[in-house]
Structure formats: structure tokens, C-alpha cells
Design a binder for this molecule. Sequence first.
Ligand code: FES
Length: 152
Amino acid sequence: MKKAETSFSELLQSFPPEEGSIIPLLQNAQARLGYIPEEAVEVIADYLKLTESQIFGVASFYSQFRFTEPGRHSISVCLGTACHVNGGATLLETTERELNVKPGECTADKRFDLNRVACLGCCALAPVVKIDGEIHSKVNVINLKEMWNHYD
Ligand code: FES
């Protein structure tokens, strides 16, 4: 993480070495790197003179933080009430099984990462799956698999 370390040093200097800097440092790290690698947590912990557990402890309250590397494309399966009652759980299970990936993780070929979300704000279109920024509505197991083919 040579390049990341360089930009990380610059990043650290812009925040005071105190506990209140944890969240903005994590946000900035994620914005730069796309996720927060373990090395980044080590560097932040070292700078703030805290343990890595303390950093993870604070970060765990915020669902915005991602600690695993994202894939080239992000699949978000909605499990909000409307989507759940219309088959969202089946879509998630199918995605997990067919792509061999768990929520919060990335496929071995780095093609997709998988996330489950509470509600994407378009319940009338349930069940909904979002891939990158694109909302796919009224998804079923057949068109779910076809959708993946549009992403390399
Ligand atoms: S519950 Fe899925 S979009 Fe609202």
C-alpha cells in the first residue's frame, strides 16, 4: 500500500490526533480507497494513539464504512418490508449461491460485491435490486441472472 501510505500521511496531517478525528479519517480513507483496508486502520490507530479495536468499535456504529475491498460492480439486494414480502430474500439467497459470495464480501474474480440494504426508497417497484447506481425493479430469479450478464 505504498501509494495509499503516501496519501495517507497527507490525510492524517489534516486532522488533529484526537479521538474526534476517527470518523472523518475513516470517511476520507474510504473516499480515497473505496474501502478501509486493515492497514489504514493500523495507521489511523497509530496516529490517534488508540488501539485498532477502538477504531473498529467506533466504526461499527456506522453502516457507511466498508472494510472489505469492493468489486468492480456493487449489487445491493433490498430486504426492506415491501421487497422482503415480494421475494427479496430469495433474490439474496440466489445471488449468494450462484455467485458464491456473502453479503459484505466480494466475488473471487472481483466482479461483484454483495450488500443487503434495508430500503432503496422505491417500494412500489419491489422487489428491487440495485447494481452500481442502476435500480432494477420487479426482479425475479430469472431476470436477476440475466442482469449480471450486463456487467463484466
Ligand atoms: S423495501 Fe425495497 S425499496 Fe423499499
